[in-house]
Design a protein around this ligand. Structure first.
Ligand code: SF4
Length: 265
């Protein structure tokens, strides 16, 4: 994997490979993807269960009271195998990974095997206590998805209060010193939210990752009319934004263009 955004934003220089070499043991964690002796990052969708009902859900998420396919012990065996193989990072995703009661236990297991453990989440279930537990087992990073400011985000997510809960999750992570970043997937329904997101982030120190939508939707709700180029960019602590407030959104989401698009955790 090539971290275009790290190169683009000056977090990584071509000379870093000379300075640090490419042995993973000599590399700081943000350069691990450039190592020559490490294997690919693993993203594990550990559950299909989720507490939200996003219009763009790519995961065919099911309600939280269902069962998961893999038990805790089976998951540990899988993590053992991946660690032995040399995978440097275990990214726990879903569904919503925090609905699994064994998330902390499995993240702990991954870090005990020398892997970097990170999660991709909607953020709504990260209480103060959960953030403390995750920090305690050595979780490296929490990625939280936002689709816009409150009205737009909650409409995307299908659950009132999702926006405020996600921001509480961000705050709880930061209070525990957990590195946290926001993911914002741009599409025609939320592009006008970008200035608001900038204003939201200006006072806090977090990263922002923007992505174009990717073609998938299990809820048959198309959010953009045709495929668009995918890219990622991120930076830390954006400058205060002077862009005017976002334009008023036009219509409810009842149109049905031709290609399903999605974005999430
Ligand atoms: S897109 Fe993610 S947060 Fe939304 S319902 Fe699906 S799994 Fe849950």
């Amino acid at each position: 994997m090539i971290g275009i955004s790290k190169l683009y934003c000056g977090q990584v220089e071509p000379s870093d490979a000379l300075r640090y070499g490419r042995e993973s043991g000599n590399l700081p964690s943000h350069l691990l993807q450039f190592s020559k002796d490490k294997k690919p990052v693993v993203v594990w969708n550990m559950t299909k269960r989720c507490n939200l009902k996003c219009v763009h859900c790519y995961a065919q998420a099911v309600p939280v009271d269902g069962a998961d396919d893999i038990s805790t012990e089976q998951a540990k065996t899988m993590i053992d195998d991946l660690a032995a193989y040399g995978a440097p990072v275990m990214l726990f995703s879903g569904g919503e990974p925090l609905v699994r009661k064994d998330l902390v236990e499995l993240a702990s297991h991954a870090t005990s095997k020398g892997m970097r453990a990170v999660i991709s989440t909607n953020g709504t279930l990260i209480t103060k206590e959960k953030a403390r537990e995750l920090k305690g087992v050595g979780l490296s990073y929490v990625g939280i998805s936002l689709d816009g400011m409150e009205e737009v985000h909650d409409r995307f997510r299908g659950v009132p209060g999702a926006f405020r809960k996600a921001l509480e999750g961000v705050a709880n992570c930061q209070a525990e010193g957990l590195k946290v970043g926001l993911r914002f997937t741009i599409n025609k329904r939320n592009v006008g939210e970008i200035p608001g997101i900038f204003r939201l982030l200006a006072p806090v120190s977090t990263t922002w990752c923007t992505r174009a939508a990717v073609p998938s939707s299990s809820r048959k709700t198309w959010i953009t009319p045709r495929p668009v180029r995918c890219w990622t960019s991120s930076w830390t602590r954006p400058a205060p934004c002077s862009t005017p407030a976002s334009p008023k959104r036009s219509s409810p989401w009842t149109t049905t263009p031709t290609v399903p698009m999605c974005g999430c955790a």
